[in-house]
Write a new protein. Structure first.
Length: 247
């Protein structure tokens, strides 16, 4: 092959390779970012299971400052204990899950943290929808289910973190529900120890100022009859003496 043709072919090959690389980066870049949850060997109904979450940064100008997780059915915010995460970050329960937030991370730095779940539900798979907030207010919504996460057919979606569970161990049972912020048990038990008796409670002893005899008749009745007899007898005695004196 002549040298001019060889040089021309090498240049053409190089240009095509560069173009292919640019296309590959453009198409594969968005699909590379993801949010995940891991728990090695996790089984349904396992207790005190540590889950590790990770969320990749997609911003070139802002750092991640908060992650909000929507808990799947069978796990409540009271079941979650925060273990570790970015420096200065803290966990706060919400009505549908919890948030982990704190000082913004460096631009491009991924967010990773770990929590312990009191007990996993009896399920084959758990989905932890996650909202990832950046310091500039932008939000990545890792909430799509598997069929939705296909996006435009090239994997350009935002799939929610998913955790597959093995079958429950033999004999594993669901423990009692986690206590809530206002437990009903303590409220009901405190009512029984109140200094004030309940409205429908009867006093243990009869009231002192309302005595009754064995027949159930108030003592005031016979006392009143006796007083009337004495008054009547005195009147008769006075009337007789008056007549004797006048005679």
């Amino acid at each position: 092959m002549h040298r001019p043709n060889l040089v021309r072919n090498l240049r053409l090959t190089g240009a095509l390779s560069a173009a292919a690389l640019a296309i590959a980066v453009a198409t594969a870049g968005p699909a590379a970012a993801h949010a995940e949850v891991e728990a090695e060997g996790a089984r349904a109904l396992d207790q005190n299971v540590e889950l590790t979450f990770s969320a990749e940064s997609e911003s070139a100008s802002a750092g991640i400052s908060k992650l909000e997780v929507i808990l799947p059915k069978g796990i409540t915010p009271q079941d979650i204990t925060y273990e570790e995460g970015p420096k200065g970050w803290k966990l706060a329960p919400t009505g549908r899950g919890y948030t982990v937030s704190g000082p913004k991370l460096a631009v491009g730095e991924d967010a990773e943290y770990a929590v312990t779940v009191r007990q996993l539900p009896d399920a084959k798979e758990l989905v932890f929808k996650t909202l990832q907030t950046y310091s500039d207010g932008k939000v990545d919504r890792w909430i799509e289910l598997e069929e939705e996460a296909e996006g435009d057919g090239h994997g350009h979606g935002h799939p929610a973190p998913r955790l597959e569970l093995k079958a429950a161990a033999p004999g594993a049972k669901l423990v009692s529900p986690s206590p809530t912020d206002e437990p009903t048990t303590s409220a009901s038990s405190s009512a029984g120890t109140s200094d004030e008796p309940a409205a429908d409670e009867s006093p243990a002893e009869p009231v002192a100022d309302d005595p009754k005899d064995d027949d159930g008749m108030p003592m005031a009745v016979p006392l009143g009859i006796g007083a009337a007899v004495l008054v009547l007898g005195g009147g008769v005695w006075w009337f007789r003496n008056s007549r004797s004196g006048s005679a």
